[in-house]
Design a protein around this ligand. Sequence first.
Ligand code: BG6
Ligand code: MG
Length: 225
Amino acid sequence: MQFHTKAMNKKAFIFDLDGVIVDTAKYHYKAWKKLANDLGFDFTETQNELLKGVSRVRSLEILLDIGKVTLPDAEKTKIMHDKNEHYLQFITQMGQDEILEGMHEVLLYLKENNIPFSLGSASKNARLILTQLDLIDLFDAIVDGNDVSKAKPDPEVFLIAAEKLGKNPDDCIVVEDAIAGIEAANAAGMISIGIGDKEMLKEADLNLNSTSELSLDLIKKILRN
Ligand code: BG6
Ligand code: MG
């Protein structure tokens, strides 16, 4: 069914990538864990939560803090490169079966109904992942880790996305799985939808346990408000 009212077309969506469109967090974790183990310390899945939504550089700083390891800058650059090479081995094997539940339908639905949407991700691998999943052509705009100078929780990534879509921030709905991402969306003056633990993402305007709860009925309701 097509939307016809102006009110519905006024809004736009901005989607985070990792943990919202695709479950790449497990691959980030594997790659960071190997790096930690190589440096001589353990890195748990719980600790990995701290790395969600933050940039690659910041992720490394957090990891090194956990392991109480200090390294010269040149070494940090090298191991970040190695971590990414390892991560790329996983993501270049990904197929559409790794798109999170319901998300492909949501993107196709928005496209069919001319509701614009952008990516708003911290990842420098975002374009590669969207190409790999054959989703890249659906997006009206892409803003990723290559386009920003300030990482989430700074609102920059979402404000650039709104600008690229030609929308006011308060007409944008951000879908995020990370605390830093919800903070960024709220700081941008946008509507925030948190995917995951309600307690952790309590600052979100709307909480969903998983992407499967972002149903087309809910999307229609959000667009009507
Ligand atoms: C975010 C992830 O989307 O991108 C973080 O949640 C990750 O865990 C960050 O560190 C940067 O990703 P990349 O692909 O540029 O290393
Ligand atoms: Mg995320």
